[in-house]
Design a protein. Structure first.
Length: 240
């Protein structure tokens, strides 16, 4: 029987590559998304992967959405908390709304998605929770006090929950992508982006597929001894 994987923010960017890589590895995949109906419809048409719309920032919507996915595909074995947003601004110009929106999606989103799935994973004595954090949660980034704080929080969440899940056969791990060639990074002003690429030893942005292969590795049955870990995939830009 194929295992079921749910990928948040799974129809675009890194999430789309993760959904596809899990499908190629034999999982039944559900891709969640929050807003872009057109991109989601195109993604489903091209891949056959069903897309489910709700915001990870809304706990009740997560519980309802997960119930729909499980009714359609079966219990979720692998959760990939990938959905994330940026509201970049130097701190002196950052509004409370910019802070809150990033916290709600990038940090509380992990609680909102993992909490409803946790009892089932515990009962079945198997689960994989894979959190997509960021290099900027490790090193901090000017213009991203909100994002860096949330992504650092994701790492604390990962390490705490790994300890709770271990005896129940649930692993909880994080991946910290560096700068990957997605719309999110392309939204950074060109001059700033060029100066960032100059700091990446491999001399290029990463590809979404390079993050997806880390996810497939951590999702596997044979990755059960790896928990609470952080995989950095950043082209050598930052070593922890
Ligand atoms: N460190 C210190 N100061 C910096 C700085 C840095 N890295 N970058 C800019 N500054 C300073 C500038 O010198 C400038 O100072 P002065 O006014 O005294 O000259 C001031 O901050 C304002 O800089 P900008 O002109 O760039 O201000 P802006 O308002 O036009 O833009 C910004 C601000 C939106 C934050 C823009 O700088 C930016 O987009 N920066 C990139 C942030 C970034 O890396 N985001 C990552 C997005 S991708 C992602 O998040 C995925 C992932 O996980 C990696």
């Amino acid at each position: 029987m194929s295992k079921v994987a749910l990928v948040t923010g799974g129809t675009r960017g890194i999430g789309a590559a993760i959904s596809l890589a899990l499908q190629a590895a034999g999982y039944k995949v559900a891709a969640n998304y929050a807003g872009n109906d057109e991109a989601a419809a195109k993604f489903t048409e091209e891949t056959g992967i069903p897309a489910y719309k709700w915001s990870v920032a809304d706990y009740d919507a997560c519980a309802e959405g997960i119930a729909r996915v499980e009714a359609d595909l079966g219990p979720v074995d692998v959760l990939v908390n990938n959905a994330g947003i940026t509201r970049d601004s130097m701190f002196h110009k950052m509004t409370r709304q910019m802070w809150q929106e990033v916290m709600d999606t990038n940090l509380s989103g992990l609680f909102n998605m993992t909490h409803p799935l946790w009892p089932g994973m515990r009962d079945r004595k198997f689960g994989r929770v894979i959190n997509i954090s960021s290099i900027n949660g490790q090193k901090g980034q000017a213009g991203q006090a909100n994002y860096s704080a949330a992504k650092a929080g994701d790492l604390g969440f990962t390490k705490a929950l790994a300890q709770e899940g271990a005896r129940a056969g649930i692993t909880v791990n994080a991946i910290c992508p560096g700068y990957i060639g997605t719309e999110m990074v392309m939204a950074v002003p060109e001059k700033v982006r060029e100066s960032i690429i100059a700091q990446i030893p491999v001399g290029r942005l990463g590809a979404p597929e390079e993050i997806a292969r880390c996810v497939v590795f951590l999702a596997g049955d044979d990755a059960g001894f790896i928990t609470g870990a952080t995989i950095s995939a950043n082209g050598g830009q930052y070593f922890v």
